[in-house]
Design a protein around this ligand. Structure first.
Ligand SMILES: Nc1ncnc2c1ncn2[C@@H]1O[C@H](COP(=O)(O)OP(=O)(O)O)[C@@H](O)[C@H]1O
Ligand SMILES: [Mg+2]
Length: 318
C-alpha cells in the first residue's frame, strides 16, 4: 500500500534521512524505531509532504505522492503529531472537528462522528467543551488520535504518540490501541524510540540509525537474526522481556484448543501473557484439548519455560 524508494532528506550538510526504502502492506502496523535524531520524524513528514525529499520517491496506492496536491493527499492520511499537537485555544470538540469543518461536513454529521469517537476512545462527553491543557497526558493523546481518525483516512501516521506518558498510562493505552476496531482497518506507520512499544505494537519494525535503516523485519527477525552488532546492542538490555513478548505458544493440534485454567487462549497471545496468567497457586497448568474436548496434555510453568528455551535454541540456530 505504501512504497518508499531511496528516500533522502538533507538539511545543508546534515543527512537527516539517507536513502531509505521500505514497504508497508495494507492494514499493517510498521514501526520506525530509533534514538532521538535518527530521522524518524523527517521520514514521516515526507510521507504526507510536510517535508519535500531531497531524493527518492513515495507511492501510496501505486500513486506517486509528488504528483498529487498536498491537500488532497493529506485527506487520506491521518497524522498524530509528536507531543499531540493539539491547538491550545480550541476546545476538545473543536480540535477533533478541524478536518470535517475543512471538508464542509454538515453540523449534525460532525457532532455524530465526534461523539462516536469520544465514546470509542473512552473520553467522557463532558470534555467536549474543555481545553486541552485541562486534560491529563493520556486524555490529550486520545484527543490527538480522535482528531487523526475523524475523517476515517485509510493511512495513519503517528509520531511518538505515547512518548510523553508514564508507564502505567502507556500500558493501558497500548491495550486500548490494540483493541480499537477503527485501527484494525488502517495502514499505520508509527514512530517511537521505545523498544518495548515497538515490539508490542509493530507487525514489522524498521530499526534506524543516523538516517539509515539498519534492519527491517518482524520482532522475532530482529531478536533471533540480528543483522549486526548494532541491532544486537539496541535490544540487549530488554532482551529477555522482548523475547517473552515476541514469542507465542505453539499452536494446538488440528481441531484442538489450548486452555489455561479452563479458559481458551486467543490465537495471538504472547508467552508473556501466558506467564502472567499463572498466579502460582496450587498446581496450575495449561491444558491442550482435542476436538472432542478431551484433555490430551497438561503443562505446568516449568514445562512452559523448557519449551521456551528449546524454541530459542532452535531459532538461534536457524
Ligand atoms: N528543519 C531542519 N533543519 C535542520 N536540521 C534538521 C531539521 N529537521 C531535522 N533536522 C535534523 O535532522 C536529524 C533528524 O531529525 P528528526 O527526523 O527530527 O529525528 P527523530 O525524529 O528521529 O528524532 C537531526 O539531526 C535533526 O537535528
Ligand atoms: Mg522525532
Amino acid at each position: 500500500m505504501i512504497k518508499v524508494e531511496h528516500l533522502s532528506k538533507h538539511f545543508g550538510k546534515v543527512k537527516a534521512v539517507d536513502g531509505i526504502s521500505f514497504d508497508v502492506n495494507e492494514h499493517e502496523n510498521l514501526v520506525l524505531l530509533g534514538t532521538s535524531g535518527c530521522g524518524k520524524t523527517t521520514t514521516l513528514k515526507m510521507l504526507n509532504r510536510l517535508i519535500e525529499p531531497t531524493h527518492g520517491k513515495v507511492f501510496i496506492n501505486n500513486k506517486n505522492i509528488q504528483e498529487q496536491q498536498p491537500e488532497i493527499l493529506r485527506r487520506g492520511i491521518g497524522y498524530v503529531l509528536q507531543n499531540n499537537g493539539l491547538f491550545p485555544h480550541y476546545t476538545v470538540g473543536e480540535n477533533i472537528a478541524i478536518v470535517p469543518q475543512l471538508l464542509n461536513w454538515d453540523k449534525k454529521q460532525i457532532q455524530h462522528r465526534v461523539s462516536e469517537l469520544l465514546e470509542k476512545l473512552h473520553l467522557s462527553k463532558d470534555y467536549l467543551n474543555v481545553y486541552p491543557n485541562e486534560l491529563s497526558g493520556g486524555q490529550q493523546q486520545r484527543v490527538g488520535l480522535a482528531r487523526a481518525l475523524v475523517a476515517d483516512p485509510p493511512v495513519l501516521l503517528m509520531d511518538e504518540p505515547f512518548g510523553a506518558l508514564d508507564n502505567v498510562t502507556k500500558a493501558k493505552i497500548h491495550a486500548e490501541f490494540k483493541a480499537l476496531d477503527e485501527l484494525k482497518k488502517k495502514t499505520i506507520i508509527m514512530v517511537t524510540h521505545d523498544v518495548q512499544e515497538a515490539f508490542e505494537l509493530g507487525d514489522r519494525i524498521c530499526l534506524m540509525d543516523r538516517g539509515r535503516i539498519i534492519q527491517q523485519g518482524t520482532p522475532t527477525d530482529l531478536l533471533f537474526n540480528p543483522r549486526n552488532r548494532f541491532v544486537e546492542g539496541f535490544l540487549k538490555e530488554q532482551r529477555l522481556l522482548l523475547e517473552f513478548r515476541a514469542i507465542t505458544p505453539p499452536p494446538p493440534p488440528e481441531g484442538g484448543t489450548l486452555r489455561l485454567n479452563g479458559k481458551v487462549l486467543p490465537p495471538d497471545v504472547s508467552m508473556w501473557w501466558v506467564m502472567e496468567q499463572f498466579k502460582f497457586k496450587g498446581n496450575e497448568s495449561i491444558s491442550v484439548y482435542d476436538d472432542r474436548d478431551k484433555e490430551i496434555k497438561k503443562l505446568g510453568f516449568e514445562d512452559l519455560m523448557l519449551a521456551f528455551y528449546q524454541y530459542k535454541q532452535q531459532k538461534t540456530h536457524e
